[in-house]
Every structure is written in C-alpha cells, then in structure tokens.
Ligand binder design. Structure first.
Ligand code: ADP
Length: 403
C-alpha cells in the first residue's frame, strides 16, 4: 500500500479532485466531474495531462450530488490505483471568515463553525462543506483539512479590510476578505524559487481565469486584493461584472422590481464578458470573434486590468515584479500584451517575442520591473497544507482578527 493525499474542490455543480503520492507530493491523477444533477461528465488525467480513463461513468451512472460524485471518483481511483491508501483529504473551502488565517484540521466543532460562514459565501461554502461531509463518510477517521481561499489575505491592514459603512457591519464581518488565496500562495512560493530577489519586493499577481482578481504582495504577504466581501468585486470576469456602482443595484430593485435572487443571478451568471459581449464568457471565443461587441468586452477587461495594475502599484509604493496566472493569464498573449502595452512609465517593458512564446519571463532584459508567467497549482497548495497539518508538530492556527 502507498499513502496518498486526495484533494477535493466541491463547487455548485462540479467536484474537482487530485491525488498526490505523499512521499514527494507527485500528482498521479487530476480530474473533475461536472454537470452534477444534470448531465455529468467525468475527466481524469495523470500528472502529465494524459487521459487516464476514457469513460469512467460508463455512459450510465447518474451523479446527483457530491456524495455520488465522490464515490464515482473513488471507484475510478481504486480501479486505476489499487495500491493507493488515502492518508488525508484536503479541501478547498472558499471562506474562513474572520477566524482562519491558515488551514485547519476539521472536526465536528470546526465544521459547525465553517457552516456559520455560509451567509458570507452562500453560493460556494455549502458545496465546499458538503464535499467535506461526503469525504468524512467515505473515509471515516481519515484527517480532513480545510484550506481557505480567504486565508492568505487575512493580514490586510484595516484600510484594505474595511468598507466605509457603519462600524457595526465591520464588526459582524462585512469586510474585504479577498479570494484566490491558494493560487496566490502557490504563485508567491514559486516566484520565491525562480526569482528570490523579486519575491521579496513589491509584486502584483494577476489571477485571470473564469474568476479574476489581482493581489498586491509585499515581501510575500498580501496587502491588498481587488476582490472584497464576495468574489464579485474588482476585475470583470467570465460571467461576473467586477466593480460596480451599488446605485445600479438600487435601480434594479426599485425600478425593475428585481429581488435578491434575480440580482444574484445577474451578477454571478450573466454579467462580465458574457453579458457585455452577448457572445461568450470564454476569452478564447471573444478573441476569435469578429463581432465588435467581442472586441468591446475585451477592451473593457483590459481597461480594468490596467487601471487596477496602477492602483495596486500605488498601494505598494512602486513595483518590482508582475505575474500572470490562471487560464487567461497563462495562455492569452493578447491580454498580457494589451495589459502591459505602454507601461514603461511604471517600469515595465514587455518583450513581445517572449510574450508570444509564453516564456516564464516576458519582460525585456532592460525592463526595471520583471514580468512573469507562472502556472498556478491550487491542488498542490492544498496537498502541501494537508501534508503539513499531518505532521505531529503541526498546530491549528486560529487567529482572531479582532485581537
Ligand atoms: P477557473 O477559474 O474556472 O479555474 P481557468 O483558470 O481554467 O478558470 O480559466 C478559464 C478561462 O481561461 C477560460 O474561460 C478561457 O477564457 C481562458 N483561456 C484558456 N485558454 C486560453 C487561451 N489560449 N486564450 C485565451 N483565453 C484562454
């Protein structure tokens, strides 16, 4: 038997997973089931991206929920890796509230506390927690570790943690939490390996995927993020608008009679690139389209990106490095080029050839600020945290942000 760590990222209609050998945290399998409850589809690849099973659902199996999804995943893993023993399960949990600035070993009391954060992230947290419950049933007695998307940002100074609302709302937790923390943590660690000098300085990381945000990092610590109370603020995204005047929402309520559910659907599902272009939420479709609305949506995305780069650089008091990650950040040379075009005023000079090739360093040798592409790996970050919490010295970090 060989020991493995399973990572689980349970979303509203999907379950993403990865399997790591504990010895060196090599990824042996990674995949997902999406379309839960409607039209499930299962993909599983090895650590090098080769497909492992052609059709693990065997055309029949209807997967209704996370329990069903996890048992389907475990059947497939057991067939593929009969020698694997799960030593621990690491979970991506979107919200650690005010309490958690580090991952935590989950017990019943902590699970109840995490359930208390559901109102802070009603569209994500319940699914993350049902992933934990499904894994507890599947692996009784096996340690379950919750890794929070908010944790990396918990040390933000007050001015980047608060809204200018009545103080009582701040006290009850209406704060700028920031998200994508596992990605930022991984990328920050990777930057420290490939460019240790720059990693100690002032860094902007642009996580640009279907969800997009930006983080200002000084000496390895997050000091500001474009995402706030929810994963809606900041940059425009595939289907979310990013920063929006709250007066628009009042207008929609007062004049259009929209209730919270209708507004939530508008903000989470039909805005952003999809809403603005009327074509697609996928940047690849927009880049390939001749429709002027596709170009406008891309222009808007780039405009907000450039604006936030300026804001984050101001927060940092200058800039030493900028990093692109996420599906768009890692793959779209057009977006990177447009974002960094004529940015010499801030010290960035892009090397067009390096950018076109998708090189690790895309700034020119003359550029004062170095620009990087780093492929993010949230699953590996979860596996590392999980492994760390399994060591006897590991402690549960509970930071009371009010203290
Ligand atoms: P998620 O936030 O769901 O993890 P990803 O980080 O995988 O998303 O990013 C998904 C997005 O990346 C897609 O919506 C697509 O727009 C974009 N993307 C992926 N490959 C490319 C590419 N070659 N060019 C432009 N955009 C791309």
């Amino acid at each position: 038997m060989s020991e493995h760590i399973l990572t689980v990222n349970a979303g509203s209609s999907s379950l993403k997973f990865a399997l790591f050998a504990t010895s060196r945290l090599d990824c042996v399998a990674i995949g997902m089931i999406d379309g839960l409850g409607t039209d499930p589809n299962f993909v599983m690849k090895d650590g090098k991206g080769q497909k492992l099973l052609s059709d693990p659902l065997e055309g029949e199996r209807f997967v209704a929920d996370h329990h069903g999804a996890l048992s389907t995943v475990l059947d497939a893993l057991a067939r593929q890796f009969p020698q694997a023993r799960i030593a621990a399960v690491g979970h991506r949990v979107v919200h650690g509230g005010m309490a958690y600035s580090a991952p935590v070993l989950v017990d019943d009391e902590i699970l109840e506390q995490l359930t208390g954060f559901v109102p802070l992230a009603p569209l994500h947290q319940p699914h993350n927690l049902s992933g934990i419950r499904a894994a507890q049933v599947a692996f009784p007695g096996v340690p379950q570790v919750a890794c929070f998307d908010t944790a990396f940002h918990r040390a933000h100074p007050f001015v980047n943690d608060a809204f200018a609302l009545p103080r009582s709302l701040y006290d009850e937790g209406v704060r700028r939490y920031g998200f994508h923390g596992l990605s930022y943590e991984y990328v920050t660690g990777r930057l420290a390996e490939i460019a240790p000098f720059h990693a100690k300085g002032r860094v902007i990381i642009c996580h640009l995927g279907s969800g997009a945000s930006m983080c200002a990092i000084r000496n390895g610590y997050s000091i500001a993020s474009t995402m706030g109370f929810s994963a809606l603020d900041g940059l425009p995204m595939g289907t979310r608008p990013g920063q929006i005047d709250p007066g628009v929402l009042l207008y929609l309520m007062d004049q259009k009679g929209m209730d919270a559910k209708a507004i939530s659907d508008l903000l989470y599902k039909s805005s952003g690139l999809k809403g603005l272009s009327g074509i697609s939420n996928d940047m690849r479709d927009l880049e390939a389209s001749d429709d002027p609305r596709a170009k406008q949506a891309i222009d808007y995305f780039v405009f907000r990106l450039r604006r936030e780069i300026g804001a984050m650089a101001a927060v940092l008091g200058g800039l030493d490095a900028i990093v692109f990650c996420g599906g768009i950040g890692e793959n779209s040379r057009l977006i990177r080029e447009s974002a960094l075009e004529a940015m010499e005023w801030i010290g960035i000079e892009l090397d067009l050839d390096r950018n076109r090739e998708g090189a690790d360093v895309i700034s020119s040798d003359r550029s004062r600020v170095r620009a990087f592409i780093i492929r993010t790996n949230e699953e590996l970050m979860i596996a590392r945290h999980t492994q760390q919490l399994l060591t006897p010295q590991a402690a549960i970090h509970l930071v009371n942000a009010q203290a």
